[in-house]
Each structure stands twice: as structure tokens, then as C-alpha cells.
Design a protein around this ligand. Structure first.
Ligand SMILES: C[S@@+](CC[C@H](N)C(=O)[O-])C[C@H]1O[C@@H](n2cnc3c(N)ncnc32)[C@H](O)[C@@H]1O
Length: 235
């Protein structure tokens, strides 16, 4: 049996596509202090609202939204992950997972109050088709929120630039600002229970040479300070 070709516009995500269980460990170690969640509530409270999580992966964030939202849709183009997300939310009311992309969600016009994308598709230049889809699906008064790395700051930001020397964080920032999005810089952390977990997560996020350097720099390290940007826009 041959695998279906990816949906147009799908961005390969080797970390979660190839190692979903290690990515789960990563998600469990991201922002244990809840800095992102508390800011998210300020800019796009989802209580009683219709939420979409674009690029939901294995659906890690879906149950949190589902606990208080009116409805939650996970959108995920990679079929094995869409299936994992479905299993995660099985039996929860008002939940759906669609095998679709951020640029072609299949959702009705003006049907969403809160559109959330975390480390998924909306990485700056290239995501214009997804922005057009947001214009279509987000209701007047609704909010879109994108969470991504801020590679200009923090120890993690330095590692990220080491791994991707051609990445231009200033160009990414200009991309969002030019389109009227607001930046909220946040300081979070990766916190892992063991060095083994930390090593495993580094191994799916960085090339082997960079991961080895990071591990050699500090043999005791099990986490890192990590700057992110929360970008948001009202419709
Ligand atoms: C790094 S993972 C993040 C998953 C999830 N947001 C989380 O925080 O656990 C990026 C996800 O975006 C998905 N993705 C790739 N291209 C996409 C597209 N065009 N539209 C929506 N999601 C996409 C990938 O399949 C992957 O599941």
C-alpha cells in the first residue's frame, strides 16, 4: 500500500511526524509555569467560544481548549497525527479533528472565535495562504494567535540560530508587524524531569552535531530558558 501524497502546502515536521512520543515528552516539558496559557487567556479567551487549533499535531492542546470552549476543531494534515489527535479527544463533546491544512481548513465562513497555531505552519513568509484562510473563517471580533520561537533572545534562541544559521528573525518579525499583528514577547522554559528526556528532545529538534555541542556545554543541564513570541490579531 502506498502512502497518500501530503496535502498541498503541508510543511514537513520531522520532530512530531517521526517521533510523536518524544514530542509528547517535549510538550509536557514546555512552559510548565503556564506563561503562554495565561497570556493566551488575556488576548483570546476561549471560554464559551468556537476554537480551531491549526496544525494540532497529536492534539496535545485540544483537551485544554475543550474543557471550556463551546466547540473545538483540530486541523492536522498528517494522517497518522490526525488519527492520534482523534484518539486523544475521543468521547469529548463538541470536538472534531479534520485532516486538512491551515490554508484549506474546510471550515465555514466566519465560524471561529479563536484560531490558535503553535509551532505550526505560521512561521512568517510563506504562510500567506493561511492568513487568507484566517480572514475567511474568523468571525468579526474573533482573534488569531500564533506562538513561535523568538530567536533573537534566550539560550534556546541561540541554539536555534546555531541550528538554522540562515534564519532571519528580524524578517519574520517585520512580516507580522507589516500585517498588523501584535507581538507579545514571553519568557518560558523547557523543564525536563531527567537528562534522558532532555537528550531525547534535543535529538528530535536539532541536528546531531548541534545537540552534541549543547550536551557537552553543560553535562548537568535538563532544561533551558526559552524566548517565544505570541503574535495575535483581531478580525
Ligand atoms: C511542530 S508540530 C506542532 C504540533 C502542535 N501544534 C503542538 O504544539 O503540539 C507542527 C504541526 O504542523 C503541521 N502542519 C504542517 N503543515 C501544515 C499546514 N500547511 N497546515 C496546518 N498544519 C500543518 C504538522 O503536520 C505538525 O503536526
Amino acid at each position: 500500500m502506498t502512502a497518500e501524497p501530503p496535502l498541498p502546502g503541508t510543511i514537513p515536521s520531522p520532530n512530531v511526524w517521526r517521533w510523536p512520543l518524544i514530542y509528547e515528552v517535549e510538550n509536557l516539558g514546555v512552559d510548565r509555569a503556564g506563561v503562554i496559557e495565561s497570556e493566551l487567556r488575556q488576548v483570546a479567551d476561549w471560554v464559551g467560544r468556537d476554537v480551531v487549533d491549526l496544525g494540532c499535531g497529536t492534539g496535545f492542546h485540544l483537551p485544554r481548549f475543550a474543557a471550556e470552549a463551546r466547540s473545538v476543531v483540530g486541523v492536522e494534515p498528517h494522517p497518522p497525527l490526525a488519527e492520534r489527535a482523534r484518539q486523544r479527544v475521543a468521547g469529548m463533546p463538541h470536538m472534531r479533528v479534520l485532516e486538512a491544512t491551515a490554508a484549506a481548513t474546510g471550515l465555514a465562513d466566519a465560524s471561529v472565535d479563536v484560531a490558535h497555531a503553535r509551532w505550526a505552519y505560521f512561521f512568517g513568509p510563506g504562510c500567506e495562504p493561511g492568513l487568507a484562510e484566517l480572514e475567511r473563517i474568523v468571525r468579526p471580533g474573533g482573534t488569531a494567535v500564533v506562538i513561535d520561537n523568538d530567536a533573537t533572545r534566550s539560550t534556546f534562541g541561540g541554539w536555534f540560530r546555531r541550528g538554522l544559521p540562515t534564519y532571519d528573525p528580524v524578517a519574520v518579525e517585520c512580516f507580522w508587524l507589516r500585517r498588523g499583528w501584535t507581538r507579545v514577547p514571553l519568557d518560558i522554559a523547557w523543564t525536563f524531569d531527567t537528562r534522558t528526556d532532555f537528550e531525547a528532545v534535543l535529538g528530535i529538534e536539532f541536528a546531531p552535531a548541534v545537540a552534541s555541542e549543547i550536551l557537552a556545554d553543560d553535562p548537568e543541564r535538563t532544561g533551558v530558558d526559552y524566548a517565544v513570541n505570541l503574535w495575535w490579531r483581531r478580525y
